[in-house]
Design a protein around this ligand. Structure first.
Ligand SMILES: C[S@@+](CC[C@H](N)C(=O)[O-])C[C@H]1O[C@@H](n2cnc3c(N)ncnc32)[C@H](O)[C@@H]1O
Length: 426
């Protein structure tokens, strides 16, 4: 069998002569410009064509791409509008309608905000600083691993006090992506002028969202090969199509020079996912503790049930309940004259309503009427004490056997240790 995983020096209208099966997981590409840039090849699409002819040719290419894409695969196209004869030509929208005819479904429109500093301006026009990234799928259900690119570093810092408002994996990216255009660096300056390769960060983001290692990435207008290079360094397989032999040569040279280093960087970045995992764990811990605190507040303030203590622990990290993130145990020490049934009824009412219903916690309750049975449910030797005022910083660490429910502010005991300084997070 012929090796299909390379850059083919072939017209991409003929993709199906080389690739015959549905193998592609994602295509990332930027089509040749319409009648603006000469890529120095007789068969090139765009240069010297009529607009309708150009769109028809793109349709042919993306019909081929459609046929070789897996049913859960996607297509990402970087494309821009431009001005002709004194008015804007809405190429991204015309293109989108055109390839809809062969089955592609438009899923997202992303604005790629480029470098701010480059003054791409013409008199009487605004400075042009963005292009479109159009995301298409073959079917309604497609690979979209958005959790991998959530941002948890730039969250507003008051997540400490409001952990229930944040997705524990971080904020999903918005639809304006900011990536500067590559300058010099390992591509070399002449290279950049020639190609305008897509930024590495942008390609990496798409590959993370859409593919796993060993998946197959296609660029049907591969140019500098930036997409293919990034795919290979991230342990994905690639297929490229490019008419200009010189570009293919340059791509191979670039790979020879940089692949080893880039692969190393990728391996290193994989190790760093623990930061996101640690953030997720912290948000869940904060939620479980705050849930206990709000429960106490509600029982004491609204229902006059003050003489209680709550112990909490996370049992299993997985839950089968929809919208729940975690299963947590809440053991209530009931020192009031109310019966356990009354307390449980009140609790059921409270947790059914906001805010507790929004915490993503599947709670299991136990109610004890004496210290002995209450503490027998606490499995750890040492526990952390939290007060009614805050659940993001423990007030004391004690041996479980020494817990006597005093001072009266020692409301919650838990094996969860959270020790965050308020000032650091304001
Ligand atoms: C906008 S550039 C792609 C740039 C690329 N995204 C990068 O990062 O370098 C379009 C490329 O399509 C190539 N091309 C034009 N017509 C083609 C065709 N019919 N088949 C294959 N490649 C073609 C051009 O030679 C050019 O390199």
């Amino acid at each position: 069998m012929k090796n299909i995983f390379k850059v083919h020096n072939l017209d991409s209208r003929l993709i199906n002569k080389v690739v015959k099966d549905k193998v592609v997981d994602v295509t990332i590409t930027s089509p040749p410009y319409f009648d603006m840039k000469d890529y120095d090849s007789e068969l090139q699409i765009g240069y010297g064509q009529e607009y309708d002819e150009y769109l028809e040719d793109l349709k042919k290419v993306f019909k081929n791409v459609f046929d070789i894409t897996k049913d859960d695969g996607t297509l990402w196209v970087v494309i821009d509008s431009y001005k002709r004869n004194g008015e804007v030509v809405p190429l991204p929208f015309d293109f989108s309608s055109k390839i809809k005819e062969v089955g592609w479904k438009l899923q997202e429109v992303i604005i790629w905000k480029k470098d701010r500093t480059l003054p791409w301006s013409n008199t009487g026009q605004m400075r042009s600083i963005f292009e479109y990234i159009l995301v298409f799928s073959k079917s309604e259900s497609f690979n979209f691993y958005i959790d991998r690119v959530r941002d948890f570093k730039s969250l507003k810092r008051w997540w400490v006090k409001y952990p229930e408002r944040y997705n524990p994996k971080g904020k999903s990216p918005d639809s304006i992506w900011e990536f500067g255009i590559p300058v010099q660096g390992s591509w070399g300056s002449g290279y950049i002028d020639h190609f305008c390769p897509l930024p590495e960060g942008l390609i990496e983001q798409i590959l993370k969202i859409t593919t796993n290692e060993t998946d197959i990435v296609l660029d049907c207008f591969s140019g500098s090969g930036a997409v293919l290079a990034k795919a290979e360094s991230m342990n994905r397989k690639y297929i490229g199509f490019e008419l200009n032999k010189e570009y293919i040569k340059m791509f191979k040279k670039y790979q020879k020079k940089t692949l080893k280093e880039n692969k190393k960087d990728f391996l290193f970045s994989k190790k760093n996912t623990f930061e996101q995992e640690a953030f997720e764990k912290l948000i869940i811990d904060l939620r479980v503790l705050k849930y206990a605190r709000l429960l106490y507040k509600n029982l004491s303030k609204n229902n006059g049930i003050k003489e209680i203590r709550i112990s909490t622990t996370i049992t299993r990290r997985k839950t089968t309940k929809k919208n729940a993130l975690v299963v947590a145990e809440y053991n209530i020490l009931n020192l009031t004259s109310e019966s356990s049934i009354t307390i449980q009824k009140l609790i059921n009412e409270i947790i059914r309503k906001k805010p507790l219903s929004n915490f993503g916690i599947e709670p299991i309750f136990y109610i004890s009427d004496n210290y002995e049975s209450f503490l027998s449910r606490v499995k750890q030797k040492y526990v952390y004490i939290y007060t009614e005022k805050r659940s993001h910083k423990f007030s004391e660490k004690i041996e479980k056997g020494n817990f006597s429910g005093s001072p009266s502010t020692a409301i919650i005991i838990s094996n969860i240790k959270v020790d965050l300084n308020e000032k650091d997070y304001e």
